[in-house]
Ligand binder design. Structure first.
Ligand code: SIN
Length: 323
């Protein structure tokens, strides 16, 4: 066999190689991220004829907040979709712009950021920390929960509140007079049940599917902050793929993210309907004046962000994606 034929045969073998993608995440299947992951798995199985397999590990079964990024870097998993709040501690503090309280009024405003030049730049920055950024997914807006309604600034005073590992979220809680406690998502329910923390902030879909209702009697619909995800892969794995496989996976992922983004608002709406039927949980709302007072009180979180990350990113978000 001539050299050209051998090369052709080798490349054909590579194109036919079986591929396993381990996709680990920390939420339940029945959430926007869980559904997106399962849809991605189905699309990949269909489009590759079963040659490329996606194994989805939900609910921190394989890795949790503390070790999933390290697992990706070491090649123990091929894909993750950490919340945007979790990229600051791995060296990309720009992602914490999404955590700034009351910055986004609705998902349309968030999507202006994630689908435009700012989003593309942020995904590109992930390469600095040995990750390939493949896209964004919404969960939705976070609501406060505790043993009592949290509607006024003084309601926050002295509460120990679980936050993700984001300096913006910690600054937000401190500005409101609360004590932020960073805990992995998978340990939050136990900490709330044991009284180690008094409350938390979650979109309703995460609140319900983590079984937080029995341990948090009051949910206040503050919608004070956004929770979304970046889909990431290991660059060595991504580069090792055959070009046709990479193109197919990119398209399947884009389709799964589109579907997840279409579902996310409905899933949170549906979760709220379910929550309102739970006799053990009271759902509270904010008056415009209460909302304004909270918005004013969290200003130190903006000052802290600007000191650490600079003003240009926030200004660009405010200018290009005004409500
Ligand atoms: C997630 O939705 O992936 C978890 C968010 C959190 O840690 O609160």
């Amino acid at each position: 066999m001539g050299a050209a034929c051998m090369l052709l045969a080798a490349s054909h073998r590579t194109a036919q190689a079986e591929v396993l993608i381990r996709f680990s995440h920390v939420v339940a299947d029945d959430t926007p991220k869980g559904q997106m992951a399962l849809h991605f798995k189905t699309l990949v199985a269909q489009r590759s004829g079963g040659r490329i397999r996606v194994e989805v590990y939900p609910d921190s079964q394989l890795y949790g907040d503390d070790d999933e990024m390290e697992a990706l870097r070491l090649g123990a998993v091929e894909m993750l979709a950490p919340s945007l709040s979790k990229f600051g501690t791995v060296g990309i503090p720009e992602f914490e712009v999404f955590d700034l309280p009351f910055l986004f009024r609705d998902l349309a405003q968030v999507r202006c950021v994630t689908r435009g030049s700012i989003g593309r730049k942020l995904l590109h920055r992930l390469s600095r920390q040995q990750m390939v950024g493949l896209g964004f997914l919404d969960n939705g807006f976070k609501q406060m929960s505790a043993g009592k309604p949290i509607q006024n600034v003084q309601d926050f005073k002295g509460l120990r509140l679980r936050v993700q590992a984001s300096r913006v979220l910690a600054a937000q809680m401190r500005a409101l007079g609360a004590y932020p406690l960073v805990l992995p998502f998978g340990e939050t329910r136990r900490a709330l049940a044991a009284g180690v923390v008094d409350g938390a902030e979650n979109p309703v879909s995460n609140f319900l599917t983590q079984g937080l209702a029995p341990v948090q009697r009051a949910v206040t619909l503050t919608s004070h902050g956004y929770l979304g995800y970046a889909m990431v892969s290991n660059p060595r794995f991504w580069a090792s793929l055959d070009a046709a496989d990479r193109a197919m996976l990119t398209q399947a992922l884009n389709d799964a993210l589109d579907q997840g983004n279409r579902l996310s608002a409905d899933m949170n709406q549906q979760a709220l309907v379910t929550l309102r039927k739970d006799p053990g949980v009271q759902v509270h709302t904010l008056s415009p004046a209460q909302r304004d007072a909270l918005r004013l009180a969290v200003q130190p979180a903006y000052d802290d962000f600007e000191r650490r990350v600079g003003v240009s990113l926030l200004r660009q978000v405010q200018r290009d994606c005004a409500p």
